[in-house]
Design a protein around this ligand. Structure first.
Ligand code: NAD
Length: 294
């Protein structure tokens, strides 16, 4: 297939690599032109999608961008630059694999439908490691017939592809997933700091948790690997996690469902983001919580 891929960041680069390796013909683009040049140099047949018209013959255009603002600017355009949708052919599919805002995704789907373009939201979970080995969990929102047409492409990047509802449903699912994940990370980090202050060994604590009911994704895949090691380089930024939590809390409000714990968790991530600044990895929440008494 001819595939446009926009957003070659921590996740997008390895995902686009798997598509190129599977034999698809790629046009790639990113604000970071160095990354685009590197991708084109490393993948024979891939071309630089320097202008929106270079996506005109794509069967599928995939976005893997930070948020809904970037997705809308890229797909629908801005005052300064036209979007890719304007030149996409009728019947082509725009798949937003970013973690975007569900309500805005619904609106985007409707706008694209008016232009004759199909839309799926297909955000992912599993982090950089699973983006590299093609085993991401992918949650799909949109028309099941369109999803079936894109199934083989999605399976190149992920293992568990689940249709969760209409347009926007994938993004709702993703935000709620990350709320549970972020709350679990804070709980694990707080417990480790308390245990350490009491005299427990953090490594031993994680081993016990992983054999007990406290086991979660953080205890299994983050504590030793990125926190206790001091590496703090999981590849998922703290700012993006704070963004996801904002989406989840907004979703709760939109359906009038209180999220008391969620509000606390969101505030903690926003405080950490403000203190640690741009570029901090989300696993640095562990060091942010050390000695925090309020
Ligand atoms: P990233 O910041 O590493 O990459 C984003 C890329 O988009 C960058 O290369 C940036 O230059 C590019 N970009 C930004 N605005 C653009 C625009 N207007 N036009 C073209 N390119 C633009 O982010 P990431 O970690 O790859 O995450 C991408 C999305 O996937 C986010 O929505 C994130 O929440 C989600 N996600 C990330 C992870 C992870 O572990 N990193 C896991 C699951 C989901």
């Amino acid at each position: 297939m001819k595939i446009g891929f926009i957003g070659l960041g921590m996740m997008g680069y390895p995902m686009a690599h798997l598509l190129a390796r599977a034999g698809h013909q790629l046009a790639v683009s990113d604000l970071n032109t160095e990354t685009v040049s590197r991708f084109v140099a490393e993948h024979a047949g891939a071309v630089q999608g320097a202008s929106p018209t270079q996506f005109a013959d794509a069967d599928i255009v995939i976005t893997m961008l930070p948020d809904s603002n970037a997705v809308e600017a890229t797909v629908l355009g801005t005052d300064a630059k036209p979007g890719v949708a304007a030149s996409m052919k009728r019947g082509a599919v725009l798949i937003d694999m970013s973690s975007s805002e569900p309500m805005r995704s619904r609106q985007l789907a409707a706008t694209l439908a008016d232009m004759g373009i199909d839309y799926l939201d297909a955000p992912v979970s599993g982090g950089v490691k699973r983006a590299v080995d093609g085993s991401l969990a992918i949650m799909v929102g949109g028309d099941p017939v369109v999803a079936a047409r894109c199934d083989a492409v999605l399976k190149t990047m992920g293992k568990n592809i689940t249709q969760v509802g209409k347009a926007g449903a994938g993004h709702a699912m993703k935000a709620l997933n990350n709320y549970v994940s972020a709350a679990g990370l804070v709980a694990a980090a707080e417990a480790l700091h308390v245990g350490k202050a009491f005299g427990l060994d953090p490594e031993a604590m994680v081993n016990v948790m992983n054999n007990s009911t406290a086991k979660n994704n953080t205890t299994e895949n983050k504590v030793k690997q990125f926190m206790l090691s001091g590496a703090f380089n999981s590849g998922f930024s703290l700012a993006l996690m704070a963004k996801d939590l904002g989406i989840a809390m907004g979703l709760g409000k939109s359906v009038s469902q209180p999220m008391q714990l969620g509000d606390e968790v969101l505030q903690l991530w926003r405080d950490a983001n403000e203190k640690l600044g741009k570029g901090a990895d989300h696993t640095e929440m562990y060091r942010f919580l050390e000695g925090k008494d309020e």
